[in-house]
Design a protein around this ligand. Structure first.
Ligand code: MN
Length: 421
């Protein structure tokens, strides 16, 4: 893959996350423009609402909304037509430069919003290394993987309402925490608040019945970075027998740009060998993973950033297409804007673990930060930034940062009656 050159000169570098090859989909606003669809190109956003109104895109009324759902719903053919059209319009030598230039917004002037209306949110548990680490901590190395793990991409239904865009602060939650042994549960702020490094798949084509893995892959419009904030102490008490609930419901942060499956196509990678064969409806020989470098940065309030984890999406055991095929296998209808979290992405090494739970091994061995502090779990004021990039020959396909700062817990959100009595 080589760099496609654009008349937007900032897009013609090996460093920009947004070359013409990428064209990720976001929603931007400015002091004078209401939120609308845009694509990132170099250090600019192209306002597609404005370009559409000027008759440059060949569509009507698709991009004025503050979300990409209408475009996704217009189907695969429309996805390809838009990508080809934007590539032509923004290419070096295009005769439309003068008409498009008024619709460019410097990214430094743009406010970024959720790129799509998240209709549903499901989260999975699909990294072999992550599941092995967590299982070893709680059940011992012999029984690390649950008996279903090698047969099913395990998931739970999350809360679409909790999904926020990068930059939104996250408030440390209160919840029921259980002390050791016979201690009664108590209501308190979570003491073991954590992150999960994930990739989110965005369903762009609705379905109402089982899908083959190939159909499922074709229905995925693109991908975002996703931080599944997790209160481990709330989770430990609540999760049996129906899985996580309040521990995962505080917030889920996603990056502001959807990187399309089309932009990632040059980076497809094979699935790992199966330890046991999958049933036919989940089996695939297709290269369903992607070579995407992923990092987690942690910055204490007023401090400097330490990169605490580095891994790659190509280390996963199950790909998003298999997760979507499994999700739809019961006949579960899938909607435009359905968000599927990959599950925590951990690689094989100690520095490749995508959660503090694993990095600090259940809090037993805090990690050292470059500023001298250490962390087992997050402190108030900590900022966590997920980053993702696919690297070609002199081309970087970036996601933009997926960032959030942890705010202190409210003093006592459940004490209002007592306070007013
Ligand atoms: Mn998760």
């Amino acid at each position: 893959m080589t760099l496609l050159r654009s008349w937007v000169v900032s897009a013609n570098s090996a460093e920009t996350p947004f070359p013409l090859n990428n064209l990720p989909c976001g929603v931007v606003s400015t002091a004078t423009l209401a939120p609308r669809c845009a694509v990132a190109i170099g250090d600019q956003a192209l306002d597609l609402c404005g370009a559409e109104a000027a008759g440059l895109l060949g569509t009507r009324g698709v991009f004025a909304a503050p979300g990409w759902n209408a475009h996704m719903a217009s189907g695969h053919a429309a996805w390809a037509v838009l990508r080809a059209r934007l590539t032509e319009l923004l290419s070096e030598g295009s005769d439309r430069q003068a008409q498009l230039t008024p619709h460019l917004i410097p990214l430094t002037d743009a406010r970024l919003h959720l790129p799509f209306d998240v209709t549903e949110y499901t989260d999975f548990y699909a990294s072999r290394h992550h599941a092995t680490n967590v299982g070893t901590m709680f059940r011992g190395a012999e029984n690390a993987l649950p008996p279903n793990w090698l047969h099913i991409p395990i998931g739970y239904n999350g809360r679409a309402s909790s999904v926020v865009v990068s930059g939104t602060p996250v408030r440390r939650p209160w919840g029921q925490l259980k002390g050791p042994d016979d201690a009664a549960p108590r209501l308190a702020p979570s003491q073991r608040f954590d992150i999960e490094l994930e990739l989110g798949a965005v369903v762009g084509t609705p379905s109402d019945g089982p899908l083959t893995v190939a159909e499922a892959e074709a229905n995925i419009f693109g991908y975002v970075l996703l931080n599944d904030w997790s209160a481990r102490d709330i989770q430990a008490w609540e999760y049996q027998p129906l899985g996580p609930f309040q521990s995962k419901a505080t917030a889920t942060t996603i990056s502001p740009w959807i990187v399309t499956a089309a932009a990632l196509a040059p980076f497809r990678r094979p699935l790992p060998a199966r330890e046991v064969p999958l049933l036919p409806h989940l089996a695939s020989d297709a290269p369903l993973l992607y070579d995407i470098d992923l990092t987690v940065g942690l910055t204490p309030q007023g401090g400097t950033e330490t990169v605490i984890a580095r891994t790659n999406y190509d280390t996963m055991y199950y790909a998003a297409a298999q997760q979507l095929a499994h999700h739809a296998s019961s006949g579960c209808p899938m909607r435009v804007g359905d968000l599927l979290g990959s599950g925590t992405i951990s690689g094989p090494g100690q520095g490749a673990r995508g959660s503090l739970l694993e990095l600090s091994w259940g809090g037993k061995t805090p990690i050292q930060l470059t500023c001298g502090a250490e962390r087992a779990f997050l402190d108030d004021g900590d900022t966590v930034v997920l980053r993702g990039d696919a690297w070609g020959q002199g081309v970087r396909i970036g996601f933009g940062a997926c960032a959030g700062q942890l705010l202190p817990a409210l003093p006592d959100p459940f004490g209002r009656d007592a306070a007013s009595a």
